[in-house]
Design a protein around this ligand. Structure first.
Ligand SMILES: [Zn+2]
Length: 101
């Protein structure tokens, strides 16, 4: 990942900062600047708790370029307590859909 892109995504990836729509209250992750629920601008930052449940997961055996040294690794879709789905790598955790993380 390029340094400018890493810098732009730092808050989103490490602090779980998304956005909240001031019109309808929808919480957005990743941030989109336009609410998918009401199509109005959504620029207000919102920090997610980081708590949720495993929605789905998959173990990667053939990694994309730059991630070969980590195989096999598992990536999970996490249903955040605030609503949106997020993506996370998992390490040595009990994997089952519905498990709290
Ligand atoms: Zn909205």
């Amino acid at each position: 990942m390029s340094i400018p892109r890493h810098w732009r995504l730092k808050n989103q990836r490490y602090s779980l900062v998304g956005e909240v729509c001031n019109r309808c209250g929808a919480k957005l992750f990743p941030p989109r600047d336009v609410c998918p629920e009401c199509s109005k601008p959504a620029y207000e930052p919102f920090r997610f708790s980081g708590k949720g449940r495993i929605y789905s997961y998959s173990t990667i055996y053939q990694a994309p370029t730059g991630y070969e040294e980590f195989v096999p690794y598992t990536v999970a879709m996490i249903q955040l307590d605030e609503g949106p789905l997020g993506e996370s790598p998992l390490y040595k955790r009990i994997l089952a859909e519905g498990v709290p993380v």
